[in-house]
Design a protein around this ligand. Structure first.
Ligand code: NOJ
Ligand code: CA
Length: 553
């Protein structure tokens, strides 16, 4: 394996942590109004601490009319009153800090709500100081119906504003006018927003739609990205809070990864790995380990301080846009065959367990991969329980139902007597009567307890978070073997993507292989390994003393 420079800073917290993604609105309702809130979320910090997570990424909680589930903001400096007050927010971030949990906020600055006072001002007069905060065209641009992010639902990217008679640009829905991010006043405001929330205790931001934030905007502009904006934001962030991070939502081609991270890691510390995400689903559908390995290799190079955010499912549809047509067809056929399971001509709006037809072995394999592919895992709330989806809800709301805590009414999420803003899943195999945290925490074999053990083991494998990887030959198309090395320690992860058993032989120079998840330990340089259908084995290369006492760490 290629020698890696020693890490100058070896306490970058985001390298070996577990991130948990949840929405305050669907986590726990403390006052019975049917909507989750910060007091409720605070009460569940012990649950999250017990699970072993290190950081919480919260979906937008700012003032919003909620036409895009909070991604349409009317005030960046306010918690929406339905979730509590700024006071509740600070109590929550403080309580998280006491438990060693960091909070990452969603930074949604590509666009505002059309109800934001800035946009109202901007459209009220062409002389308004806010006019140039948005993107206008006197005439309808030629490409008015191109570049939609939500095809099939969204009809255009330019809409006529009846008040001023001009057209405004919106990459997303028409109620989300794009901010003119090239405007220095807008850039100053973005910095102010970052500074504000850092002051209130967050450890960084998941930055929404980064390629669009930095893309050139306007009618007839030559498309190009203004990458320098990322360096400036990062410089500001790191000055205000030295260990805060930016985690980019940027579904881009691997060739541009370094532009986002910065050649020397001076831009975004983290990016979600969409390339690996999509190929992972293809690999699971087709039992094709080389396809996943190729995606891992294509995103291997990164600055030393940078890190990938790994995920299975998130708050959006599973976007398959980077796969070939044949690969897409395979994933759709296997995991989302019906039209109503699909979205925007490119994705699947389902949660993981129903996609895998409830097969527990395959589910645990998928989660094992989430925790052992190169990067920092980002777990979606409810995935630790195996929660399902509600396809009767619109678009991506299908996968945003309330957390299922217990068998009590509304799944223990709310004491509301009437209907909830977002209904809980209360029928079928994924109903809260069958899938809930209270039952699972008492069952030693439950997915919840298994996930907790896996998280614990993952945190004890800094080789994965910090080290470099190499794909090991297995001679079997369905079996992926990955070796990670860091500071003279090595772990080897073997995953069988197929529903049939497999036998593979692995060679290790260390003369010994110790299974980290079971009593299986063997001497020698060559090891015959029997893999169960959808099996996953985590090994450390070395003897039993390597289980806890690793060299030089
Ligand atoms: C990405 C978010 O994840 C998605 O839910 C949202 O609709 C768009 N950005 C627009 O903000
Ligand atoms: Ca509430």
């Amino acid at each position: 394996m290629q020698e890696r420079k020693p890490d100058v800073i070896d306490d970058l917290w985001y390298k070996n942590t577990i991130i948990y993604n949840c929405d305050v609105r669907t986590y726990l309702d403390s006052n019975g109004d049917g909507i989750g809130d910060f007091r409720g979320l605070k009460r569940r910090l012990d649950y999250l601490s017990g699970l072993g997570i290190g950081a919480l990424w919260l979906m937008p909680f700012y003032a919003s009319p909620d036409r895009d589930d909070g991604y349409d903001i009317t005030d960046y400096y306010a918690v929406d009153p339905k979730y509590g007050t700024l006071g509740d927010f600070v109590e929550f971030t403080n309580a998280a800090k006491q438990r060693g949990i960091r909070v990452i906020a969603d930074l949604v600055v590509n666009h505002t709500s059309d109800q934001h006072p800035w946009f109202k001002e901007a459209r009220s007069s062409k002389d308004s100081v806010y006019r140039d905060w948005y993107v206008w065209s006197k005439k309808r641009p030629k490409d008015w119906n191109k570049g939609m992010v939500f095809p099939g639902v969204q009809k255009s990217t330019w809409t006529r504003d009846p008040q001023s008679g001009e057209w405004y640009f919106h990459r997303f829905y028409d109620f989300q006018p794009d901010l003119n991010t090239a405007n220095p006043a807008v850039q100053a405001e973005i910095r102010r927003i970052i500074g504000f929330w850092l002051q209130l205790g967050v450890s960084g931001f998941r930055m929404d739609a980064v390629p669009f934030v930095i893309g050139a905007k306007g009618a007839n502009v030559q498309p190009h990205e203004q990458y320098d904006m990322l360096r400036d934001l990062r410089a500001f962030l790191s000055w205000r809070s030295e260990d805060a991070i930016l985690l980019a939502e940027a579904n881009v081609k691997p060739a541009t990864n370094f532009q986002y991270f910065g050649e020397a890691g001076e831009r975004m510390q983290m990016m979600f790995n969409f390339q690996v995400n999509q190929h992972l689903f293809y690999a699971l559908a087709a039992a094709d380990a080389p396809a996943l390995a190729a995606a891992m290799e294509s995103t291997k190079a990164r600055p030393q301080s940078a890190q990938w955010g790994l995920f299975l499912r998130n708050n959006d549809e599973l976007d398959l846009g980077r796969l070939t047509k044949d690969q897409q067809a395979k994933v759709f056929a296997e995991f989302g065959p019906d039209k109503h399971m699909q979205l925007y001509d490119r994705g699947i709006r389902r949660r993981l367990p129903p996609m895998l037809k409830g097969d527990q072995r395959r589910l645990r394999l998928a989660i094992s991969l989430l925790f052992t592919l190169p990067g920092t895992p980002v777990l979606r709330y409810g995935d630790e329980l195996g929660m399902g989806d509600d396809l009767s809800l619109t678009e991506r709301m299908a996968i945003r139902t309330p957390m299922q805590w217990s068998k009590e009414p509304h799944a223990g999420f709310s004491k509301a007597t009437g209907k909830l803003a977002v209904p809980v899943i209360d029928e079928g195999p994924y109903g809260f009567q069958h899938i809930n945290a209270a039952d699972q925490r008492r069952d030693p074999e439950s997915l919840l307890n298994w996930t907790e053990r896996i998280i614990r083991m993952r945190k004890e494998c800094p080789e994965i978070g910090w080290g470099d990887f190499r794909i090991l030959p297995t001679g079997n198309q369905a079996v992926l073997a990955v070796r990670y090395e860091w500071r003279n320690n090595a772990v080897i992860i073997v995953s069988n993507l197929a529903g049939e058993p497999a036998e593979v032989t692995l060679r290790v120079p260390e003369n010994c292989l110790t299974n980290l998840l079971s009593y299986d330990h063997s001497e020698g340089k060559s090891h015959k390994i029997s893999m169960e259908p959808y099996g996953y084995h985590w090994y450390r290369a070395g003897g039993l003393d390597y289980l806890l006492n690793r060299r030089e760490y």
